[in-house]
Design a protein around this ligand. Structure first.
Ligand code: F6P
Length: 356
């Protein structure tokens, strides 16, 4: 077989672990051909193609390397149409289809988040054999318990919270840490539990300042004049919108809620506050062992699916089992925290304030 391989969307720790597993299993162990496509689908939209053969030597030493050796992109959707344009005549997507056939690919394994998998699904409709592997530090893919990159992001955020605890205590301050998580608060919740945050604010639960103030007061009565607040970038106050930053290009990104919360808590509690925005530090650097293991399992499963002709499916880890699910089953929205989420229940049970 000739298997194409690409990474798309925002990067995350563990992508190289997936690439390594696919190349080692498909090429070195089984003798199939693996072709790396650079910068997501962009590598097939240009001429000459941005591709390279991948063998054992190319993936040596990358298991614990951050980022992706293939490069990635979260712009340049090949299906973006001009007003009134028919998808079938969309030039960029046609270039990708043309490249797929010209290169004689039997399938493409697409490692990507929700946006990339949506694009992949559109290519499936155009006849391409595609297998998806989910990745995102946000861990918000429907039908998947764990996506590559999440565990590392939790480790990074957890360490940051532990570090903030001691400086918060020394200065009797409120320390606010803003972490990633657009639609779902998995990173905030898991790292907050792991490192003893006193308040965790989540996109799923619009927060109330009185509830947070009550927690700060309760701690003061116990003699603790400091608090650590973790806030997901997609969290917002009851009745208010999410906070965005507008880039020079005009593109809006979530960000800034941490500063808003820090200022308000300082005003209503009388304590000094500081804000730390963890940002892309959560996405860079070495993947933790769990992400390296998950990446390896995902890669091997995707190759097995390719050999069995089990296309148009996404590999997910659900209830500790690797499964192949349809694209339709992952494309409707995001996996948010449910009201009966066991991590959320445990956090509230031990007195963590989630802003309500
Ligand atoms: O989807 C993962 C994520 O890390 C989000 O939490 C964050 O909002 C976004 O990517 C930022 O992506 P970028 O800065 O690459 O556009």
């Amino acid at each position: 077989m000739k298997i194409g391989l690409s990474t798309g969307g925002g990067d995350c720790p563990g992508l190289n672990s997936v690439i390594r597993a696919i190349v080692r299993y498909a090429s070195a162990t089984l003798g199939h051909e693996v072709v790396g496509i650079e910068d997501s689908f962009n590598g097939l939209m240009v001429r000459p193609y941005k591709i390279r053969p991948l063998g054992l030597k190319d993936v040596s030493g990358i298991l614990n390397r951050g980022g992706t050796i293939l490069g990635t992109s979260n712009s340049g959707n090949p299906f973006k149409l001009k007003p009134g344009q028919d998808p079938k005549t969309c030039e960029k997507s046609q270039k990708v289809v043309e490249a797929y056939h010209e290169l004689g690919l039997d399938c493409v394994i697409v490692i990507g988040g929700d946006g990339t998998q949506r694009i992949a699904n559109q290519f499936i409709q155009l006849g391409l054999n595609i297998i998806g592997i989910p990745k995102t530090i946000d861990n918000d893919l429907i039908n998947a318990d764990f996506t590559t990159g999440f565990e590392t992001a939790v480790e990074v955020a957890s360490e940051a919270i532990i570090r903030l605890q001691s400086t918060a205590e020394s200065h009797d301050r409120i320390m606010v840490l803003e972490v990633m998580g657009r639609h779902a608060g998995h990173i905030a919740l898991h790292s907050g539990i792991a490192s003893g945050a006193h308040v965790i604010l989540l996109p799923e639960i619009p927060f109330n300042y009185n509830a947070i103030l009550a927690k700060i007061e309760e701690r003061r009565k116990l003699g603790h004049h400091y608090s650590v607040v973790v806030v997901a970038e997609g969290a917002h106050e009851e009745g208010q919108d999410k906070i965005y930053q507008v880039r020079p290009s005009g593109k809006r990104n979530l960000g800034g809620i941490g500063q808003v919360v820090a200022d308000k808590l300082s005003e209503i509690s009388g304590s000094d506050s500081r804000i730390t925005v963890l940002g892309h530090i959560q996405r860079g650097g070495e993947p933790c062992p769990r992400d390296r293991i998950l990446g390896t399992l995902y890669g091997v499963k995707a190759v097995d699916m390719a050999l069995n002709g089990d296309f148009a499916k996404v590999v997910v880890m659900r209830a500790h089992k690797l499964q192949a699910v349809t694209y339709e089953s992952i494309s409707n929205g995001y996996r948010q925290l449910e009201s009966n989420d066991m991590y959320l229940n445990a956090a509230e049970a031990i007195g963590v304030c989630v802003g309500r």
